[in-house]
Design a protein. Structure first.
Length: 140
């Protein structure tokens, strides 16, 4: 069972930066929700940053696929869409990161564009998840 971790934003951001250096440094201020295994070890983090009016960027950093339960996804999407009231979330990943791109598509994010040299000299892909697409998770 995955446990959610709240109110430890900086610790979770540092874990994410250490475990996925391509994401470092993350833009601050940020908010974070962590995921832990039964023993309390961090196995993933959702970082929310670059909040602008109706949009917020999300960065996922995980060490295993086991975090992605329906309940966890619902909780991770509840914060931006329900608590903050955004209309969309943006995710950016390297074009070569096929696992991340598959995850984003599976969550309902839509590919919006590719950007050569945008990710430390690599091609980046931007994805958007809109409130209408997120409702399937939020409504259960």
């Amino acid at each position: 069972m995955t446990q959610l971790i709240f109110d430890r934003d900086e610790e979770l951001a540092q874990w994410a930066e250490l475990n996925y250096p391509d994401a470092a440094p993350l833009c601050r201020p940020l908010s974070a929700i962590g995921m832990a295994d039964k023993a309390g070890n961090i196995i993933g983090v959702a970082i929310y940053h670059n909040y602008r009016h109706n949009d917020i960027e999300i960065t996922f950093v995980t060490s295993t696929r086991r975090w992605a339960t329906k309940g966890t996804v619902r909780a991770l999407l509840h914060y931006p869409f329900e608590q903050l009231g955004v209309q969309r979330m943006t995710a950016i990943t390297n074009k070569s990161n096929k696992k991340a791109r598959k995850l984003l598509s599976g969550l309902g994010f839509l590919l919006e564009g590719t950007h050569p040299y945008a990710a430390k000299g690599k091609t980046a892909c931007t994805y958007g998840l809109y409130l209408d697409n997120a409702k399937r998770w939020l409504n259960g």
